[in-house]
Ligand binder design. Structure first.
Ligand code: GLC
Length: 432
């Protein structure tokens, strides 16, 4: 909680004894200003569409979940710009309802180029954060016309996932390529891709590109592609789906579409139940693969993503936090929260999605911890995120032990800190 004198309280961490520095109102303002600056500098307009590129040098296109993060951050500064971001994102929805994970508005020479079989867009998707972003914009200015405008796109997108990504009708949605998770090289996908623990990043990229070629042979038709080549039911993707289905229920209700509100709430419960039936074991949700729903036992930040969708009881959440988040051999590092547990053989504090801290994963964990009223842990995650940005700048990811910035420069995800500042961890009521 922010103190009246303009500081975040000083705390002693009971496990590590590590005392947090004080963050002043001035620091908070600096981070807010920097967030707005980067969102403005990375803004582009093509063919009348306004969108934000995650990093001008490394990622000069529009990405799905990035745009949702941008819209969430922008909604605190300018709901109108946030709306434009979402309009650009849904503008390339295809007739199946899929919203592509990349829109190549304007080709930039020299940037890694994967051919997805379609001109100007990719043929896969990304974690379905759209309803969350739209609802957050609506919360700021109550613009029902915008809600109505977005609803049709969202309706078709969530139905695409419900119908096409669950061919066995077990109510879990599958992904057809690791990139659909947003965590391209995560070790959760090593076994499904047939990669060894000591793989190089070139080998990893090679396998994912191979998969794209295979998926072209089934025209990215998900039920066929999943059965033939790669079929993972990932924990964060499904947890994010549950949360967003619940928001689809709220949006439908707000628009007086009561039957559709009931429909989405019903689907939300089904997916949530299926996650428990197929993924939960010994206090942890594990991603599963293939027709047999085989669990992939690798501890990544994904084990905390169910907090974001309120999938755990209070007791279960407490155990998860005590046993894993606060354990120095797992996720308690100098800068929380590493994307892979330290005790995992594949943990690499400098590897892409194989250890470093990312602001978006911290953002999901932060909201989950707030929802369960773990105020101290939530504050720690927020402060660590802020410190990383202040010490190393708006980088793509960070070493959890040294705080060193890594990957892309001028990376927008740091702007999510604005949304974290907007929520007091001690505040009980928060309508998303
Ligand atoms: C990387 C990330 C992915 C993100 C994209 C653009 O591929 O793994 O999550 O959407 O960059 O920032």
């Amino acid at each position: 909680m922010f103190r009246r004198n303009g500081t975040i309280p000083l705390r002693q961490n009971s496990l590590t004894g590590y005392t947090k520095d004080i963050m002043t109102e001035k620091d908070i303002k600096t981070l807010k200003d920097q967030s707005l600056k980067i969102l403005t500098e990375n803004r582009r307009t093509t063919d009348g569409h306004q969108y934000t590129v995650p990093s001008p040098d490394s990622y000069p296109y529009q990405w799905l979940w990035d745009s949702c993060f941008h819209a969430i951050a922008l909604s605190h500064f300018s709901p109108e710009d946030a709306k434009k971001e979402m309009r650009a994102l849904v503008s390339k929805q295809d007739s199946s309802g899929l919203i592509p994970h990349i829109i190549y508005w304007k080709k930039v020479p020299g940037v890694i180029d994967i051919k997805w079989g379609r001109e100007g867009i990719s043929s896969i998707t990304q974690p379905p954060m759209l309803a969350y972003a739209v609802w957050n914009i609506y919360k700021k200015d109550g613009d029902k016309k915008f809600l109505e405008e977005m609803y049709t796109y969202l309706y078709h997108f969530y139905n695409y996932l419900l119908n096409e990504r669950d061919p066995r009708h077990n109510h879990l949605v599958g992904i057809i390529n690791p990139d659909e998770s947003g965590e391209d090289d995560s070790p959760r996908f090593d076994i499904p891709l047939g990669l060894s623990e000591d793989q190089t990043s070139e080998e990893n990229f090679g396998k994912r590109k191979e998969l794209v070629e295979k998926n072209k042979t089934c025209n990215f038709d998900a039920p066929f592609c999943m059965k033939e080549f790669f079929w993972v039911k990932d924990v964060p993707f499904n947890a994010i789906f549950v949360k967003n289905l619940s928001l689809m229920g709220m949006i439908a209700e707000e628009l007086n579409r009561m039957e559709e509100a009931l429909y989405f709430r019903g689907r939300e419960l089904r997916v949530a139940d299926a996650m428990r039936d197929h993924m939960y074991e010994d206090g942890v949700f594990w991603s599963v693969m293939g027709e047999e729903y085989k669990k992939i036992y690798i501890k990544t930040w994904a084990i905390f993503s169910p907090l974001f969708a309120k999938l755990l009881s209070g007791e279960e959440a407490k155990e998860l936090v005590e046993r894993h988040l606060n354990d120095p051999s797992e996720f308690k590092t100098k800068y929380s929260v590493p994307t892979v547990a330290k005790e995992e053989k594949v943990y690499n504090p400098d590897g892409f999605w194989r250890g470093p801290v990312w602001v978006a994963t911290n953002w999901f964990i932060y909201h989950g911890l707030c929802d369960y009223e773990f105020a101290e842990e939530a504050e720690q995650v927020r402060e660590d995120t802020a410190k990383l940005l202040m010490e190393s700048g708006f980088r793509e990811h960070f070493n959890p032990e040294t705080g060193a910035g890594q990957g892309a420069q001028n990376f927008t995800w740091g702007a999510l800190i604005v949304d974290m500042f907007a929520r007091d961890p001690n505040q009980k009521e928060w309508l998303y």
